[in-house]
Design a protein around this ligand. Sequence first.
Ligand SMILES: C[S@@+](CC[C@H](N)C(=O)[O-])C[C@H]1O[C@@H](n2cnc3c(N)ncnc32)[C@H](O)[C@@H]1O
Ligand code: SF4
Length: 469
Amino acid sequence: MVTTNLTSMLPDIKEVVNLFGNEKDFNIEHFFNESDTHYLHSVTVSPLTVSSNATKNEYLYEFDKVKYSDPLEVKRVLKRYSKLSVYKALVQTTKEEKPWGALTGIRPTKLAYTQLEKTGDFKNFFSSVMGVSEDKIKLVESILSSQKGIYNTDSDNADFFAEIPFCPTRCSYCSFITADMRKTAKLIPDYVTALEKEIKNAKSLVKKLRSVYIGGGTPVSLELKDLERVLKAIDYSGVEYTVEAGRPDCINEDNLKLLKDYGVTRICVNPQTFNDKTLVKIGRNHTAKDIFTKFELAKKFGFDINMDFIAGLPDENFLDFKNSIDTAISLNPENITVHTLCLKKGSELKEVSERLSAGEVPKMVEYAHAVLQNSDYNPYYMYRQKYTAGNLENTGYALKGKECVYNIDIMEEISSNIACGAHAVSKVVINGGERIERYASPKDIVTFINKVDEIIRAKKELFEKELKF
Ligand SMILES: C[S@@+](CC[C@H](N)C(=O)[O-])C[C@H]1O[C@@H](n2cnc3c(N)ncnc32)[C@H](O)[C@@H]1O
Ligand code: SF4
């Protein structure tokens, strides 16, 4: 027997441990024993601070070695089983099951498609191998069903993205890299010039355009003349075209008219909550009444509308959240997206995370799922982030026929993404996702402006090499 310590698996194992709290809460020892025919993974978890009732537990996982001949597959399987054995030992220790089991990846539906392709079934793998709950398996199933007819792995497909990383002020919970315009306004003209140049050059990399998305940040926080420069450079029409207009305090008749004139079809008007007290607490410079007014205005222009919400906002209880979702449904937007609060480093809320009512978050997410489905909104895409309240997911719901192609393509990674701007990540998706090559632009706005020529060149080289223009 060969015994191997699992240092190379540590980052993956830490991700599983983090589902249960902090890695400092547990002492974990694990070993692989390898015989001619089997691998045996043994894990011992000793709780340090988590709960005085928790006890030391050992978990053994044995699996047939002979079944796996490809060394890459062996590596994948070892990783999977080591995560699962740590997960099972932690469940025994803490007496807590997690909704997504030992699954830590951000794209469960993508994994489901891979399993379906390999074995014709994903449910058995999700349930017996990864320990995913019945409810989450059903959620994945519903999403795959909503994606029928849109999910398309044609290698020529591409989506086009432009990033506007500015906001009028920063919301306290925000985990995105975006700059407070009160401090960075002087960078905007140079940023727009660099972005315009990158967009014009990147258009030649598109083979078959599926959708366009201007994200942020808050794109409509730009002055009209700057926003128009970006729209003019993009100059696409006749496809799904989304602008994450976002904060109601930045939406007005003039910028909506401009978006309409340039072919935009879908915008986001994001409440996050309809509770005025919470809106003040999270620093959103707008009231619930402003959300209604801007929603009605956007409807007059004929846009499809998405509304974002967050479950787990500070001091919100189940009834606050329920009221927000019920109010959204009464407005009947085409899409409603339910996020679970994610506490990331850099978010001002990290320090007060203990005060958050994580216990109510699963109930909020369950309620949203049930009431939205009863009101003809079907889940159509989903992703997970690390450090989310209750280890839950973010799910987009849509009225039938109103699913956002861009969101599906980006989450399932089935179409190339030509992404422009600071912090944008372009992807070349080869053979429907068999292989993906990425190019990440610098996060820092000044570095992006200074290096834009280099970025244009590098991206072009990557796309031309991989897609053989
Ligand atoms: C990139 S942001 C842009 C949206 C736009 N600027 C706005 O605030 O309306 C997209 C969405 O991510 C969600 N979000 C941001 N930070 C989050 C966090 N820490 N946890 C959960 N969701 C978050 C919000 O619902 C937000 O509308
Ligand atoms: S939530 Fe939206 S408006 Fe608020 S800081 Fe983040 S990106 Fe900007």
